[in-house]
Structures are given as structure tokens and as C-alpha cells.
Design a protein. Sequence first.
Length: 431
Amino acid sequence: MNYFSTNNFDHKVGLKEAVIKGLASDQGLYMPETIPSLSAEFFARLSTLSFREIGYEIIGALFSEDLTPGQIRELVDHTLEFDAPLVPIQEEIYSLELFHGPTLAFKDFGARFCSKLMSMLQDRGELKVLVATSGDTGSAVANGFYGVDGVEVIILYPSGKVSDLQERQFTTLGGNIRALEVDGVFDDCQQMVKKAFLDPDLNRSMTLTSANSINIARWIPQCLYYFYAWSRLPRSDKKVVFAVPSGNFGNLAAGILAERMGLPISCFVAATNINKVVPDYLNGAPFAAKPSLQTISNSMDVGNPSNFYRLLALFGNEESLLRDKVRGYFYTNEQTRQAMRAVKRETDYIMDPHGAVAYLGLKDFMHKAPGLFQGVFLETAHPGKFRNVVEETLELELALPERLQAFLQREKKSEKMANDYEAFKNYLLKS
Ligand SMILES: *Cc1c(COP(=O)(O)O)cnc(C)c1O
């Protein structure tokens, strides 16, 4: 399979180049050249398959030209080491819990797949993985790559703008994981990383790669849990809608990839906090990146979502098709908190602020067509990851899962970095 760039559909590369380069030289994102369609027979037996069995078939359909059946099994087994339960919350509303992995957030799926695939594709020398994070990417990538031979991970994050717990999950591991605390916002970190990949001086002296959601090896495996969730919905004549809490829009784009492979999803809800450039676009405005604003769902505080052009490419750049399939909704902190309180009061279920944004979008969407849909919202993080917000909103004390608790006991090790590309470049050249 070849992969084309969203900036030039004729610019194509093979799997290894797409994964190791991460970003195309024209700054576009890679996309699979053909999207395989799965058979009706496959969908008919989907509900009898385990999560991993679903994974073998989907990953097989996408990667069988480049990987052996053994490699595909190994990749899927490593990625799907934990479940993604579908939990009924209210009538026809389900929470897809994606937080049962090592760092308790959905990014564990992509990070685990990515580290395994990179180690399969790399033949020699040291790889440097550069990651810009607004929180959870850093922890998922750090944990996914920790201890992987021949790979060094350098994480850039905005100083003071990620929660203490998130920070500890990528600053306390040591070993092949290093953390740079940048005096700026997430978009500054992302810009520095993007610039480094295009820098000829750096590329002459080292192999740089990305593990951001732009990398197809992080992006593609996220389609798996849409198939799995769909297969676990009670049988019904109703149409299916998925609501995705979105920042860089990789997760939503992966859901659309599943739909393009034939999964019968009738509609998507793109739900954001007040960083709402995509909902604005979906509601008719031109796409216009903006500086990001801080919110209580801080993993979605993104003003220039990097997967936007991937969304478009999935529809052959037909804007009307994208606007037809995806509905945009956005919510303030206060609305998010109110939803968290209402759901706790009515059902005893505790949502994290990101899941709550998606829940709100789902409710508002379904309210317009009562009785027509089964709805799934993606619960992208364990509420304990955003403990302060959850506790203060719900006025309760959360028991922190042991896996998270352990991080708090470890010592933070990070290096300060100015918001200055040259300083970052020198750091890379010296390290
Ligand atoms: C990263 C993240 C998101 C946003 O996902 P995108 O794929 O960037 O849209 C949502 N919720 C949580 C908890 C996250 O960590």
C-alpha cells in the first residue's frame, strides 16, 4: 500500500517512509492510497468476533501488502492488550470507555501500535521520536515507547499548561524518554516539532520521526474500536451516531476511516470546547486556525487542528460531503460541568471533562431526531486523570486508580526550553 500526502494526492510513499517520516515533505499528512471495503459477510459476523479478532481482520485489510500475518498478529496483540467496554448510560446512549490502557487514555491504542510498528520497520541506527503534547499524547507515547530499543523519545510540552498528573506520566520515566518544558502554548510546541522535521541540518545528522496523531501509525489503529463498539451495540433498526471529543481531530478522522471501510455509521458529532474552529467550519464558516484557549478539557485546547485536512481527504476534498456526515458542536466549561453533574446525579456515572463534551454533543444531536438513533460517545480519559476538575465539579473525592497513583510518587525530571526554534535545534544537535 502507498500513502499520499494531503497536500498533493500524487505525492506517494511506501509504509516505511510514511511511518518514519511522519509528515510529508510538503507538510501534508499521509493517507492510505486505497481504503479497503470490508464485506457484508464480515459485518454479519462482527458481533461474534473478539476485539483482537476484529483487529486482525481490519489491520490485515490495511497492511497485508507490507507485513506478514505473524507481524499483524503481534501488532494487534500488543495494541489491544486491554478492553474498550461499551457502557449503557441512558436510553440509547452509550459510553465507549477508551481509558483502560496503561496511561488511562485512548491515546494508548495509537501509541502502542506506533511503537511496535516503528520497531518492526526500522532496520538500524537510532530513531529520535519528537512529540508535541498538550497532555495525554506525551504520557501515552512515553509509556508506549519506554524501553523500546534503538528509539529515543523527546517530548515537548507547554510549561504550566498540563495537569500535574499528566506531566508526571512523561517526566518521571527516565531511560529513553526525555521531557522539554517549553515556555509557550501547545501550538508553539507543535510548530517547533514540525520545523525540526523539515530542517536539512537536523535530517543530515539524525533520523527524526514523529509519534503525534499526524503519524499514520498512531492514527490508523484508532479505527479499531469503532468497529468493536458498533459490534457490541444491541441489535436495532436505529441509525448509529458516534460523538467524538476532539482537539487535533485524529480520533474523529479514524472513525470516518472505519465508516469509509463500510462500517454503517450514519453520522458523526465533532464535539469541542470553545476551541471551535472545526464546529465553526462545519456550520459554514471558512476554516480559520486561531490561537488556542485554555479550558477544563485541556487535551482538546487546540487552535489549529492538524488532522483537518485528513478529514477533508477522507471525502475526496468534497466539503459538502464532510459537512453532511459530520455535525459540529462546542461547549463552554460551565456547560461541561453541568453535564458532568447531571449525569452523575441521574445515573451515578462519572464522566471526565472530555467525555462530557462529547456527551453534550450527542444529546443535542439526538434531541433533534428523537427515537431515530443509537448514540455512542467516546470517553477518552479516566476521570481520575482530571481529578481536580472532576472533584471540584462533582463535590466528591475520587479514588485514584493505582496505576495513576504510582506516577505521583515518582520524581519529575524535565529540562526548560525557550519558545525558540534555534535553541531547540541546538539541543537536538548536541544530544
Ligand atoms: C487527545 C485527546 C483528545 C482529542 O483527541 P484528537 O484525536 O486530538 O481529536 C480528547 N480527549 C482526550 C482525553 C485526549 O487526550
